[in-house]
Design a protein around this ligand. Structure first.
Ligand SMILES: [Zn+2]
Length: 200
């Protein structure tokens, strides 16, 4: 690495902090960028900054969005009686790719984990309760990971949300054990959603 100028070495170091980019890929990308057309590099840098500055969380469901209310929440063709509860905003993107679910979403922002200091009030559960009062929701589908914390959070939610006229289901097993939704392929996710069962 002695032949690499400092500025390239620090670009490689910055790139290798990104998910999925190991040291070899970081070096390949860095060497490509420093030799690429400077207009194209500027465009890439601006696209990164622009996305970072414009993205925010949907005021209703917590999804990543460029507007105050996300496209899914604003879409009148989505089934407003059905809400799928997921852990992270990116889980919505995974479920949308499986193209099975036609309801709406609610991102909790994490899972209950006393060991890591995450208590129910740290999650967007109160927001979900408010939605149950305002929206015509008849079924809440719990689609958290299959690890211990995901299970515990699911049961906590099922008890706390239980009320007359509301069905609470969880997606079927069949997802890889002990993992989050990101490890399931689209077909597995869509089967898990279709095979959901009532919890209480
Ligand atoms: Zn939304």
């Amino acid at each position: 690495m002695a032949a690499l100028p400092d500025c390239i070495a620090s670009l490689i170091a910055a790139l290798s902090t990104l998910p999925g980019i190991g040291p070899r890929s970081a070096e390949r990308i860095a060497l490509h960028l420093v030799q690429a057309d400077s207009g194209a590099v500027k465009h890439l840098a601006e696209a990164i900054l622009d996305a970072r500055e414009r993205v925010r969380f949907c005021e209703v469901c917590g999804a990543l969005t460029g507007t105050p209310i996300c496209d899914t929440c604003a879409d009148p063709r989505r089934d407003a009686s059905l809400v799928c509860v997921i852990e992270r905003p990116v889980d919505i993107i995974l479920l949308e790719k499986s193209a099975t679910f036609r309801g709406k979403y609610h991102a909790l922002g994490g899972k209950i984990s006393p060991l890591n200091g995450v208590e129910p009030e740290d999650l967007r559960i109160a927001e979900l309760e408010k939605r149950l009062l305002k929206e015509p929701i008849r079924e809440v589908v719990i689609a958290l990971g299959t690890d211990v914390e995901g299970d515990a959070t699911g049961f906590y939610l099922a008890k706390r949300l239980a009320r007359e006229g509301l069905k609470i289901t969880r997606i079927a097993h069949g997802l890889p054990a002990g993992t989050g939704l990101e490890f399931a392929d689209e077909l597995t996710l869509s089967r898990a959603l279709e095979g959901r069962r009532e919890m209480l």
